[in-house]
Design a protein around this ligand. Structure first.
Ligand SMILES: [Zn+2]
Length: 370
């Protein structure tokens, strides 16, 4: 249920009020979505398509108002599409104010920081570096990536709970357990349980070693991963490993831009929290710069420099588009994809804690024989 959608005729993305104003020759008084002529309704149904998946025939839904207080607006006017392609980011039915995780509003005026990013986007549009059409192409690229790199999520919470108990396989400086150790007076059997478990499960640790970044996110975000898996039970979920290169580039550019934008006070360490809306905003802007330059970092930086050295935008609302951060939860999704891979090597389930306990008992029985 997008707030703004793409007009094929006008080649741009508009929200309901903007579109009606354009159709009625820009008198904003006619942009009232509660009074739409049949002609306009027909035009919109034939012309406007979902900015995510490109399917059409929307109806216009006027803003919702609170029953007890009609002055209080509960939802913005928006477009409702009869259907979407699977995985379209606008597929979810929800309140129009809660945009899908991947979407950011560039024109948000909430803070100096969001305004600054909005201004950069407006200027980039003015300079012709990107356009609403670029934005739309990027969304379609992302939809295609998701459609070709998604899998049915069959991991359950028990599997995850065991996965989170996997011991770290950092290089232990200790030799492997050997029974003679058990005769030492101060020998602690527990120390060697994890190591033996790791040695027994080389195939599991081979999977974990493929993506250290994902393992890091797995350790740090256990609750988020569990919630996300619960929400996606039996549904398609995106495996982001095919966008690893793009992800790295976007992070690099985001770090660079944050380092260069010194007129604003960035919250400390926000670059390490990928779920923060502000991070999503900077990530979406960086992704747009890279996408419009075919992933060429040097040219993306050149484009950013042009934006920074060309003064303020003439029209600050020019960047009034919904941006896409394709890398929202990249780390968390990588960790879930890793769990999915682990399930392939342990289709009957993952047994971690009880096996480690068993190993410790075996070692203990050598230390303290019956
Ligand atoms: Zn759609």
């Amino acid at each position: 249920m997008p707030i703004s959608a793409y007009s094929m005729t006008l080649k741009g993305e508009y929200d309901v009020v903007q579109l009606l104003a354009r159709l009625n020759n820009s008198s904003s008084a006619n942009g009232d979505p509660t009074q739409i002529s049949q002609a306009n309704r027909d035009f919109i149904a034939g012309d406007v398509v979902c900015p995510g998946c490109g399917l059409g025939s929307p109806i216009v839904v006027a803003s919702g108002r609170s029953k007890s207080d009609p002055k209080h607006i509960t939802s913005q006017p928006h477009f409702r599409f009869p259907e979407h392609l699977e995985l379209c980011e606008f597929e979810a039915d929800g309140t129009t104010s809660s945009l899908d995780d991947h979407l950011v509003t560039f024109s948000s005026t909430k803070s100096a920081l969001t305004r600054m990013v909005g201004d950069r986007v407006s200027k980039g549009i003015e300079l012709g570096i990107f356009s609403q059409e670029t934005m739309r192409n990027m969304r379609q690229w992302f939809l295609e990536v998701r459609r070709t790199h998604s899998y049915r999520c069959e991991i359950d919470q028990d599997f995850l709970a065991e996965m989170f108990r996997l011991p770290y396989d950092y290089q232990s400086p200790l030799p492997k357990f050997t029974p003679a150790m058990a005769r030492l007076p101060d020998f602690d059997p527990n120390e060697f349980g994890n190591q033996k478990f790791i040695d027994e499960n080389e195939d599991i640790y081979e999977v974990l070693s493929r993506d250290r970044h994902a393992v890091h996110f797995m350790r740090q975000n256990q609750n988020i991963i569990t919630t996300r898996v619960k929400r996606n039970a039996g549904a398609l979920i995106f495996d982001p490993s095919s966008t690893q290169l793009e992800y790295r580039q976007v992070r690099q550019l985001a770090h660079f831009i944050v380092g260069q934008e010194r007129s604003v006070n960035w919250p400390s360490k926000f670059l390490s929290d990928e779920r923060k809306p502000l991070y999503s905003l900077v990530s979406a802007f960086s992704a747009l710069l890279l996408f419009s330059n075919n992933g060429d970092m040097d040219r993306a930086i050149e484009a950013y420099v042009s934006i920074r050295t060309s003064g303020d935008p003439v029209d600050r609302m020019g960047g009034n588009i919904i941006g896409l951060n394709p890398f929202f939860d990249h780390g968390v999704l990588s960790a879930i994809a890793m769990a999915h891979e682990l399930r392939k090597v342990r289709p009957n389930g993952l047994v971690v804690s009880s096996r480690i306990e068993q190993i410790r008992n075996e070692i203990r029985s050598l230390v303290f024989p019956g």
